[in-house]
Design a protein around this ligand. Structure first.
Ligand code: GDD
Ligand code: MG
Length: 365
């Protein structure tokens, strides 16, 4: 029986305020919670038992899968206190049933990837590896774990989040998908917080363990930042990235109960949630519009997330913004890029502008 662990205990701080009430893997991308896309991919690869390593808002995972009826067994390894990525893998390992030499797939809970999981498993078996890491190349590796390998694919070192330019010895990074020999995973210390990236991998390599990389140039994205999150969702809709849960490539994914005015344009792989109302001449490009959101006439929403039950006033402009739930942005606001608006915030009409005329001064001088 092929088994897998998904690490889903992180707080998702870089995606706040979306993650205030919802763990990152339960946020919706392209019409389904992200973890459902991962589960579908694991099932396609023949996985029959998955363990969710949960901590932050753990109960919500059990709620999400309460009515799950497909042919996959789901177990929950809940950490009262976060155990770190290594501690989480070991803790989840207690619920596995495979033998000591069996290969166990481990996924970070925020990786959207086109890698062929069966190929990673095959590579692991061929090399008789202790651990096999899926590796990818990125233009700027500083936010990731650097993993140089030799010609045979053997991992030479593991350096998590390099601090200096000298430490950036490669653009090849840990893609957050591993195969562990079960006995190796069981040997992670269980009595304290352990980082698999900062402790387990460097130690295994230093001890001469059989740690191999499987490098591919498949589609790959870590959805942990707002811009990556909206791009990942849009890529699933437009077909640049694929998931068993997403239909044929489309310009947008609009919930059947949403109302989109005929003069509005929803493009670039945007999604529009249930009961949302998109007014005349609104432009929504490469964005995620949550359930019950209202976008008034002429609003422009670009590479942004507007969480459920928020309202954006007429003529307002959002770029690379994250708007928490139940927020109100009045008419003709022009928000600077990369703003995050707290849940429930209320910005009056013409309250924020980058150009043109601000509202008249309400006090008498
Ligand atoms: N259960 C549990 N417990 N899960 C955790 C914990 C914990 O204490 N800490 C983090 N996680 C989970 C997160 O929920 C996420 O799914 C995964 O572990 C990785 O954490 P991130 O916070 O997303 O890490 P990162 O993106 O900075 O870096 C990691 O991913 C990169 C690839 O995207 C590292 O593995 C890097 O080496 C890697 O390059
Ligand atoms: Mg991440």
């Amino acid at each position: 029986m092929q088994e897998a662990i998904i690490l889903v205990g992180g707080k998702g701080t870089r995606l706040r305020p979306l993650t205030n009430h919802t763990p990152k893997p339960l946020l919706e991308v392209a019409g389904s919670s992200f973890i459902r896309h991962q589960v579908a991919k694991l099932m396609d690869a023949g996985v029959e038992h998955v363990v969710f390593a949960t901590s932050y808002l753990a109960a919500l995972f059990e709620e999400e899968f309460r009515d799950f009826t497909q042919d996959l067994e789901i177990s929950y390894a809940v950490e009262e206190v976060p155990l770190g990525t290594g501690g989480a893998i070991r803790n989840a390992g207690r619920l596995l049933r495979a033998g000591a030499d069996a290969p166990v797939l481990v996924l970070n809970g925020d990786i959207l990837s086109g890698v062929d999981l069966r190929a990673v498993l095959r590579r692991h078996e061929d090399r008789e590896a202790d651990v096999t890491l899926h590796l990818t190349r990125v233009p700027d590796p500083r936010a990731f774990g650097l993993v140089p390998t030799d010609e045979a694919g053997r991992v030479l070192s593991f350096l998590e989040k390099p601090k200096t330019p000298q430490e950036c010895v490669t653009d090849q990074i840990n893609a957050g998908c591993y195969v562990f020999r079960r006995s190796v995973l069981d040997a992670v210390p269980g009595d304290r917080e352990v980082s698999v990236e900062q402790e387990t991998f460097p130690r295994l390599v230093a001890r001469g363990g059989r740690v191999f990389g499987h490098t591919t140039d498949d589609y790959w994205r870590d959805l942990g930042t707002p811009l990556a999150f909206v791009h990942g969702s849009a890529d699933l809709v437009t077909g640049r990235a694929t998931s068993p849960l997403v239909g044929p490539p489309a310009e947008a994914l609009i919930h059947p109960t949403a109302e989109v005015h005929p003069t509005a344009r929803v493009t670039g792989g945007s999604t529009v949630g249930a009961r949302a109302v998109i007014g005349p001449r609104v432009v929504v490009d490469r964005s995620i519009i949550g359930a019950g959101v209202t976008l008034a006439e002429g609003a422009l929403i670009h590479e942004s997330v507007v969480d459920h039950d928020s309202a954006i006033g007429s003529g307002s402009v959002l770029r690379e913004a994250v708007v928490g739930c139940h927020a109100r942005v009045g008419a003709e606001n022009e928000l600077p890029a990369q703003l995050r608006l707290a849940c429930g915030i209320d910005i009056p009409a013409r309250g924020v502008r980058l150009s043109g005329t601000a509202a008249a001064c309400p006090t008498i001088h």
